[in-house]
Design a protein around this ligand. Structure first.
Ligand SMILES: O=C(O)CCC(=O)C(=O)O
Length: 266
């Protein structure tokens, strides 16, 4: 499927991204497809909570759950979306790697997270940030109004040290702004910006999908996608290349379900 944005529009979005640390493509993914994802996700969330919910792996009543790379979740119309990949390549360069397909879900009882980054500095020896190397493509599986815990982001803090970003937030120079989203909206963000999850005060879960894309040389051992062979065989050459650092298995039954990505805030 061709993209919705031409090259000039993608160039402008990439500029916005470099300034702000994120962009939102409104009404981008088909709502019916996402409703089917939401339905298929619900039992996976319940299973995760029953198995290891006591770990509260993202704070109180907030869970990180990896999605199985099969069935409707292994959808090239989503992870090979032309506009998203066009932006990813403009931001992290040619030959990006897809390293993560998961969800963050706050429930009733969730709280404000500590303001954090999702990754430690690439070069802790120097007090400077580099161009972007790790992106999260986020899209919710429901509408996210203020009462369902929208993410709050301090715009532009991806290119500052953590301490400088926190200082500017504390002084009021940069605000932590909430970003409400509708089903179908897609956010592409640099995981270094300072941000936090906020409480979902409703009775319904608020799943947010995260697809991770990295620069071509970056390997993140804390996340991975396990690809069943029959899914791998049906992938396009581009998809196989995107997923080249991930393990191919005969069946997902051979893979443990415990979440290995526990340390998340830096
Ligand atoms: O989905 C959200 O509300 C953001 C969660 C988050 O920042 C995290 O768990 O690292």
């Amino acid at each position: 499927m061709p993209g919705r944005y031409d090259a000039a529009a993608l160039d402008r979005l990439a500029e916005d991204f470099r300034r702000d640390s994120f962009v939102i493509l409104r009404e981008h993914f088909p709502v019916d497809k996402l409703k089917a994802w939401a339905e298929a996700f619900r039992p996976l969330l319940d299973e995760h909570i029953a198995r290891e919910g006591h770990l509260q792996n993202r704070g109180s009543a907030r869970y990180y759950v990896t999605l199985p790379f099969q069935g409707i979740f292994a959808d090239p119309a989503i992870f090979e979306d032309e506009d998203v990949l066009g932006l990813v390549e403009r931001i992290v360069g040619k030959d990006p790697v897809m390293c993560q397909l998961a969800t963050d879900t706050p429930l009733k009882g969730s709280d404000y997270q500590e303001v954090h980054r999702d990754t430690p500095p690439l070069f802790p020896e120097i007090e400077a940030e580099t161009p972007s190397y790790q992106l999260a493509v986020n899209f919710p599986l429901c509408d996210v109004p203020p009462e369902m815990g929208p993410i709050e982001i301090a715009r532009g803090t991806h290119m500052m040290t953590r301490d400088e970003g926190l200082r500017r937030i504390q002084s009021g120079e940069i605000a932590l702004e909430p970003y409400t989203m509708r089903l179908g909206d897609v956010m592409i963000r640099d995981v270094r910006h300072l941000h936090r999850g906020t409480p979902n005060v409703t009775d319904n879960p608020r799943p947010m999908v995260v697809i991770g894309y990295s620069r071509r040389w970056l390997f993140r051992p804390e996340v991975s996608i396990t690809i069943p062979r029959e899914v791998h065989e049906r992938l396009s050459p581009r998809a196989r290349h995107l997923l080249r650092y991930n393990r191919v298995v005969e069946t997902l039954d051979e893979v443990g379900k415990d979440e290995s990505y526990q340390a998340f805030a830096f």
